[in-house]
Design a protein around this ligand. Structure first.
Ligand SMILES: [Zn+2]
Length: 438
């Protein structure tokens, strides 16, 4: 009897210790979840249509003001927060932040929300059927100056709304492919047998066909956002078009939102697409022939359907996810005005903004210029993350960045680039260094 109760006492003591230790472990894990690893996100969308006719961006030969609207332009914001660390991704249905507007708008946004430079990705889908931005009163059309001022207020509003709407979120990502974009560096041979590169369609040229989708859902599974990244210029419409449109990427956003419902936003990000145009390119207008599906709509819908397929295939979304960010303004060697060979000269350094971030194990690289597709593919291939969004026209507008080898071939992107041939390698290495450092 006495032996038995001693034995029971030991067992009870052991059980109590196990219980206390277990309780301690449970409490501490709940505490760490509450204080450290609750990922929250907020989304918002705002109409950024010009109130008046405006000068349209992207083609030097197009003068005069816009004459109508085909589909709406919007700005979409996704704000993340975890343990006091924030990240704000903004996608706008614009060509990009040219004419000094990237620095101007970024500074206002960073100051307004006390964000660090690394915590803001201000990007554009590069539509060539939207307004150009202007802050210089001597150069900008009054309607574009007015538009840019109204845009400033709207960007503040959409970001504030996203930051104010923060609630716990689960995330996931998936990959698909689309043939909507095609390499545009077409080889032409003249009657004397001389070859040159012209803007056209090069169906066998390097083309990043990957469609990357990030899904955001509430903890109960209700989806709230489908972020997608695809490498194409939004230039199925050309210089003869005077009708406002988000073009291929904008129309894809609108399609995805129509299918997934109005509570879901679908911000698009232009991947490395300096040498990629839509399969049908620079058309004069939306074709209204009976039975004809206008090419921008056809391609935008095709891309949008792939985004929805990928989105629906993302079966698992995960809670939590640490946020890390990094920013670098790097000096790159500039090329001489007429330099199209690989002869390396660095007359003046050119500055380029690179922003890197991750939310959980989904990574983002923002590049402040127009990057050719080979560079984006190189960054994605060597990234330590399975899902890496390469976002161009982001936090700057420093023009074309071609890989070194295409300087021998020449062509539009090379002649209009400000960068020396060796600049692209420096950018790839810098982006990877930042990704590995997150
Ligand atoms: Zn472009």
């Amino acid at each position: 009897m006495e032996k038995l109760s001693l034995f029971s006492l030991k067992r009870i003591t052991t059980a109590v210790i196990v219980l206390i230790v277990g309780l301690f472990l449970t409490t501490s894990s709940i505490q760490s979840k509450e204080s450290g690893d609750v990922l929250r996100a907020g989304i918002a969308k705002i109409d950024i249509m010009p109130a008046k006719p405006v000068k349209m961006a992207g083609y030097g030969s197009r003068t005069g003001l816009s004459k109508g609207v085909h589909d709406p332009l919007s700005a979409r914001a996704v704000a993340f927060e975890n343990n006091g660390k924030r990240l704000v991704l903004v996608s706008t249905d614009l060509i990009g932040f040219y004419n000094g507007t990237a620095e101007y708008l970024r500074k206002i946004i960073l100051d307004e929300f006390k964000l660090k430079p690394s915590e803001l990705f201000l990007s554009a889908i590069h539509t060539h059927s939207g307004p150009s931005l202007a802050i210089d009163k001597k150069k900008g059309h009054p309607n574009n100056l007015e538009y840019t001022e109204s845009l400033k207020a709207k960007l503040i509003e959409v970001i504030r709304e996203a930051l104010d709407a923060m609630s716990p979120v689960h995330i996931g990502a998936g990959i698909g492919h689309s043939p909507v974009g095609a390499n545009r560096r077409e080889i032409r041979i003249d009657s004397s047998g001389k070859s040159s590169i012209k803007l056209g369609r090069s169906p066998y040229g390097p083309t990043d066909k990957e469609v990357l989708v990030m899904k955001l859902a509430k903890p109960d599974g209700t989806p709230i956002a489908a972020l997608f990244d695809y490498a194409t210029h939004a230039t199925s419409l050309g210089p003869k078009n005077y009708i406002i449109s988000g073009d291929v990427l904008g129309l894809a956003e609108q399609f995805v939102e129509k299918i997934l419902g109005e509570d879901v936003i679908a911000p698009a990000f232009a991947g490395a697409s300096g040498d990629i145009d839509p399969w049908f390119r620079v058309l004069p207008s939306f074709n209204t022939e009976p039975g004809w599906i206008p090419e921008p709509v056809l391609l935008g819908t095709m891309l949008g359907e792939e985004v929805v397929h990928i989105f629906r295939d993302i079966e698992r979304v995960f809670p939590g996810g640490e946020i890390k960010t990094a920013f670098a303004a790097i000096e790159l060697p500039g090329k001489q005005r007429d330099e199209v060979s690989t002869k390396e000269k660095s007359p003046t350094a050119k500055s380029l903004n690179i922003t890197a971030a991750r939310v959980g194990d989904i990574a983002f690289v923002g590049i402040g210029c127009e990057v050719l597709t080979e560079i984006g593919m190189a960054i994605k291939a060597a990234s330590p993350y399975k899902h890496t969004f390469v976002i161009t026209h982001c936090n700057g507008a420093a023009g074309y960045l071609p890989p070194k080898y295409v300087y021998i071939e020449g062509g539009y992107e090379v002649t209009s680039s400000h960068f020396a041939p060796q600049a692209a390698d420096i950018v790839v290495k810098q982006a990877l260094k930042m990704l590995y450092g997150l």
